[in-house]
Design a binder for this molecule. Structure first.
Ligand SMILES: N[C@@H](CCC(=O)N[C@@H](CS)C(=O)NCC(=O)O)C(=O)O
Length: 209
């Protein structure tokens, strides 16, 4: 397998999952700071021009949550995903969707209005609203984790990998300060031997959009 990735980015989810299953993979660095994701060569790999992309024997797949789920399913003996057609599998999809659809867009909005849009298009009100909506969503995760150690099935799964990236991102924006339980959860996840600590940081400066 070949993983197109870069530094502190959503590729971390896939990198971590590959380490959890213990499979050898080739890392292809696409430097987002140099715009390498928009070259014709990379657009032929992902027409949307974004990372991560996994190449599994010449077959390409993008979208970090989909790739993470694919790897977890491909190595069922590693038990990174609940069995299919069970309520636990449905709960896995529930939290994966919640993270990607309800949490991540708010973080992305904040980042765009802080750093990415031309200055004239940035809005403090948009940041304020996105922060409020993020807090509403993450409070649900916090409550869920008050009664259990992991998101699904009372054990570590790829749902934790997916949500963990968002929580680190939120922590870097100081959005988790009222949720000490979530910080403890992040500390717990970081203790896993496969955790790629070099692909995460707690200050916002290094986080790649
Ligand atoms: N929904 C996508 C988002 C992918 C994404 O936005 N990737 C960022 C890195 S974290 C990227 O490649 N950005 C480059 C760009 O927008 O030009 C996923 O989860 O994989």
């Amino acid at each position: 397998m070949k993983l197109y990735e870069f530094d502190v980015s959503r590729s971390m989810r896939v990198h971590w999952t590959l380490r959890e299953v213990g499979v050898e993979f080739e890392s292809v660095i696409i430097d987002l700071t140099k715009g390498e994701q928009k070259t014709p060569e990379f657009l032929a790999i992902n027409p949307y021009g974004k990372l991560p992309v996994l190449d599994d024997d010449g077959k390409l797949i993008s979208e970090s949550a989909a790739i993470t789920t694919y790897i977890a399913e491909k190595y069922p003996e590693k038990k990174l995903i609940p069995e299919s057609q069970t309520i636990q599998r449905a709960q896995y999809y529930q939290w994966m969707s919640f993270c990607i659809a309800e949490m991540e867009p708010q973080l992305w909005t904040i980042r765009k209005h802080m750093l990415i849009y031309p200055k004239a298009d940035r809005s403090r009100d948009a940041i304020k609203l996105a922060k409020r909506e993020y807090i509403n969503a993450v409070a649900v995760v916090d409550k869920h984790l008050q009664e259990r150690e992991y998101m699904v099935d009372d054990r570590f799964t790829a749902a934790d990998i997916i949500i963990c990236y968002d929580l680190f991102w939120a922590a870097s924006l100081k959005l988790l300060k009222d949720f000490p339980g979530l910080t403890e959860y992040l500390v717990r996840l970081q203790k896993r031997p496969a955790f790629p600590g070099h692909l995460i940081n707690t200050g916002s400066s290094k986080l790649i959009y």
